[in-house]
Design a protein around this ligand. Sequence first.
Ligand code: BES
Ligand code: ZN
Length: 866
Amino acid sequence: METAHAAVTTRLSDYQPPAYLVDSVNLDVDIRDGVTTVTSELALRRNPEAAVSDTMSFNGEGLVIRSLALDGKVLEEGEYRYENGELLLSGLPEQATLISVVDIEPEKNTALEGLYMSNGMYCTQCEAQGFRHITFFPDRPDVLSRFCTTVRADKKRYPLLLSNGNPVEQGEEGERHWVTWEDPFPKPCYLFALVAGNLACLEDSFVTASGREVALRLYAEHRDLDKLDHAMASLKHAMRWDEQTYGREYDLDIYMIVAVSHFNMGAMENKGLNIFNTSCVLAHPATTTDAGFQRVESVVAHEYFHNWSGNRVTCRDWFQLSLKEGFTVFRDQMFSADMNSAAVQRVNDVDFLVNHQFPEDQGPMAHPVRPAEYQKIDNFYTLTIYEKGAEIVRMQYHLLGAESFRKATDLYFDRFDGQAVTCDDFVDCMEEVSGMDMGQFRRWYSQAGTPILSVTSEQSGDTYSLTFRQQTPPTPGQSDKQPLVIPVRLALLDKAGEPVALDDTGLRETVLILREQEQTFQFPVGQTVTPSLLRGFSAPVVLEFDYRADQLATLLAHDTDGYCRWSAAQRLYFAALDRLVTGHGKAEDEALKLAPVLEQVIERAGEDAAQAALLLTLPTEVALGDRHTPLDPSAIHAAHQQLKRALGRALQAQWLSLSENLLATELQMDGVAMGRRQLRNLALDYLAAGEHKEAARIAVELFELPLCMTEELGALRVLVHHRLPGAELALKQFAEKWKEEALVMDQWFSVQASVPGETTVESVAALLEHPAFDWKVPNRVRSVLGALAGNPSAFNTDEGYALFTRALATVDALNPQIAARIGNAAARLHKLESGRQRAFRTLLQGVNDKASPNLSEVLSRILGSR
Ligand code: BES
Ligand code: ZN
């Protein structure tokens, strides 16, 4: 059977600068019910950097042409070509003015790219290639233009008309009005934004380090006005932090954020006018979990930081996406570490990388941080670009040290201000400032896959030696792998857990820079030690070391490095779980072995409850499954349940007292209080897993009188996931109480779709039929299908596959980007045992035959891998 669309591949090696530049754009967006008319006036100039040509290509998707005029002369139909999303004009002079008038239909736009409607307001999403759905334009990030935008709409229904920059003029015409916005900073069109609606505003201001006053305006639906304070506080913190840490000030007089309910991603950094998914900006203790609060803080900061890392200095082409995203994720991670507990932040970031990006690297979608080719760029906003990209920047930060790194970023921002550049340009700055040769380091950008670093130790007399072997497994289309530069921060701990001297200067921690496939290092250490390796997760590698259980216990109990403690706990859990999966252990015995170590963690929980919670959390079923091929999800599920239950029992006194004693009497939103709630929810979960008779009572009490959403949802989750008495009633009450709060209802859907066990497929089927389910709202779709995808024992059933693939096709018809993202959940196809694999493959093939180009790229890769 033929696929619905021929795949078009774009290659980095084919990059050509644009034939013409667009110095300025005058846009007039005339919004009327059903049809919006966009008039654009482009000032074109031949690009001195390109080979001389009189032909220029403009992108345009789904535009209905009303007229085209070049230098005042109307173009007749034979004088241009518009096909396959491309408008071609030939015979252009050195400079020219192109005026186009087109019609678009934002009301029908369910793909949510370009101009679309969300809950009665108009908004835009242009990254990566949405602008071509609005008007004809060279829709590529290396064309930077000055934008002047007039928005026109009905006065009553759309009193608020926004675009990038500063408002310079406004007026009224009967029932309608208009506002003209000017953005003084040249920008690529993916940073264009426009909003027309009736919104409430929280206003504040910020005085920059140099004394300029910036108006800060956060917009949301009127009912959500009380949920904007946290975002405002986060924004001000981020602005100050970027001044202090990177010396970067905000550059316009206004900074706006608009919250919208329909959004494909988390948020978007449009110049001066960020547009956010409501889930990443609205926060109130009654409706938002603590994790939600932290997410808002980091996303607000992330988009703000893009003003320099992305907007003032942007990407030459989309292959360089990690230049802005990897760097900006690193910046937001460091910001969050400074605002909260740095150790906890790092463990959370590493946990995310290891449990989500590493699997991507091991599957059919593996690609380098700077890919060499893609079909749909939307599919390349991946964990590899973002999270691995951030780790690569972090390694450079540590290689140079904070001070040199700052000099290098100063150089980068100053040298490339107002330009569209490459990842190599960034590394060049690191190289120039430090004098280091970064040649080999650059392989991190071009080589896909997670390196495996196997370490062995040897003690002979007064010398302790460590041998490191690095090897990167082949990835699709890249079989030969070269050695990478791998910084390994380490210490050697004695029996009491104290770091010993590593040389005669008394150094107790060092960083080894590996460059070769195999390297050995010797230390003048005579006593028995436990190596504390890869401290702070100094490189994004899989570290293999044959730790003994007592060594892991030492690390967990004594290491001062948060990552190494967490990693030791993970190793202990995985070892126990692996034995249960393969039938070599008994859950009760494993729990008894783990208990004393975990008891110590619990005893010290007062030092940092959030860290204790991380150390006490079992790896997920997905993570466990990834260690076993062929994958038998039922066996994984059983092992996981057994260990959790056994730990619930072995430590039931501790779980009970944590559940009861961590109870707060008044609401606080600081890190300490949040850590205590996290630990308490975890303890209650273990208590219920161990079938303790008090679990249901405590959960119901908490559910009925919660201080905040973290408590309410934590209690609901325990009731529902452990099928405790009262669960059904709680679900009903919760839905009744929160039916008007979409973001809370998303949680209600996702709690149910994530109940471990096969029968959950039936509830998911029912959820998809629920009156509050809406296929057009990405948050709602994710809350069910995303949760199902992370629930392997339900997902990997005949019914699960059938439901998932049917849903995938439904989503694809409305929103291909979301379908492609959800389609990634099938990436473990090739690891499944043969029966399941055959069944799933057939269903996926059926969807792929009719899939959009976005979804088809993902499914074809998955189906093509064995
Ligand atoms: N530039 C992206 C948003 C984006 C990505 C829009 C792809 C369109 C297509 C934005 O800066 C971003 O990275 N947002 C993240 C959240 C962030 C905190 C990592 C997102 O939306 O998930
Ligand atoms: Zn970003």
